[in-house]
Design a protein around this ligand. Structure first.
Ligand code: C2E
Ligand code: MG
Ligand code: MG
Ligand code: MG
Length: 292
């Protein structure tokens, strides 16, 4: 009987895995036509100065509006795009969106407005066809817009000369480089010395319990001091409440990003937000003493 139970459990798992694989195949097929069918959207989330709550820049984040499944998270479809190679055309497309909106909002505000774009490790592979990025390099840099690129430590893991070379190309083109999800990767700290990185983004897992957890506090504070000493600015990700913002502000963190300020928004909504000045958040929590 036990043997049978084991077998049926095995069958169950196999069936579940099969279903999952089928779903991924179907999604991958749908993703192939998502761009041409205009189902992909660029959303924008503000990054604010923690001292003033004014919007200093934005991160572009992909959204997929599937005709039958509704909104699909990038954490689900980016891996599919990477596996199928679609990431190259998708990456090109969102860069184009970021350039266009940065130009528009730079003009609008009368000051440079930078938009950051995530770039997957796959896009760093030798021979990858990143036309939009190459176009910027070939044109000798940015024209009337500000772009930064967010990379993860995964890119640096196999730090081939190609990565260092590409990062130099970014710098020459006036594109700032941010190290995303900092602290969650496996790579060594030495790359911080050898590569040109402008922003360090503290991963939201450290921010989540920064108010109550001594360990997270210490790690965040140490990251901030280290980044500043190395000449980088710091962005905290996933700031959801006033207490977290207050702690980060007191720890001299430069910028914050998170639901406390605003969720990622469609371009039209983001534009309205830009026009309305610094983001108003509930003030009463700000005077709460730093919990230890
Ligand atoms: P990421 O680059 O680390 O982006 C930050 C993620 O945190 C976003 O998730 C954002 O919506 C979410 N977030 C922002 N504030 C908060 C908060 O206060 N609380 C919580 N819990 N989450 C918050 P999203 O939009 O689902 O994107 C997930 C990941 O997908 C991104 O992580 C990035 O790695 C990838 N991704 C998104 N757009 C692109 C893209 O255009 N290209 C590439 N290669 N990857 C992308
Ligand atoms: Mg990012
Ligand atoms: Mg991140
Ligand atoms: Mg991430």
């Amino acid at each position: 009987a036990a043997k049978n139970a084991g077998r049926s459990r095995l069958r169950f798992f196999t069936r579940a895995m099969q279903k999952d694989a089928q779903m991924r195949l179907r999604l991958a097929r749908d993703l192939r036509s998502a761009l041409s069918k205009r189902q992909l959207h660029a959303f924008f989330q503000p990054i604010v100065d923690l001292k003033t709550n004014s919007i200093v820049k934005a991160e572009a984040l992909l959204r997929w509006e599937h005709p039958t499944r509704g909104w699909i998270s990038p954490t689900l479809f980016i891996p599919l795009a990477e596996e199928t190679g679609l990431i190259h055309s998708i990456g090109d497309w969102i860069l184009g969106e970021a350039v266009a909106y940065s130009k528009k909002w730079t003009k609008h505000l009368g000051r440079p407005f930078e938009i950051s774009v995530n770039r997957s490790p796959v896009e760093f592979m030798v021979g990858s066809s990143d036309f939009a990025w190459r176009h910027i390099f070939a044109d000798g840099g940015l024209d009337g817009c500000g772009i930064s690129v967010e990379i993860t430590e995964g890119v640096l893991l196999n730090a081939s000369s190609h990565v260092a070379e590409t990062l130099l190309q970014f710098r020459d083109a006036g594109i700032h480089v941010a190290l995303d999800d900092f602290g969650t990767g496996y790579s060594s700290m030495s790359y911080l010395l050898n590569l040109h990185i402008d922003y360090l983004k503290i991963d939201q897992s450290f921010v989540r319990d920064i108010v109550n957890n001594r360990g997270s506090q210490t790690i965040a504070e140490t990251m901030i001091v280290m980044a500043h000493r190395l000449g980088m600015k710091v962005i905290a990700e996933g700031v959801e409440n006033q207490e977290q913002a207050a702690f980060l502000r007191e720890a001299s963190c430069d910028f914050g990003q998170g639901y406390l300020f605003e969720r990622p928004l469609p371009a039209t909504k983001f534009e309205e937000l830009l026009e309305s000045g610094p983001i108003a958040v509930l003030q009463e929590a700000a005077s709460t003493p730093k919990p230890r």
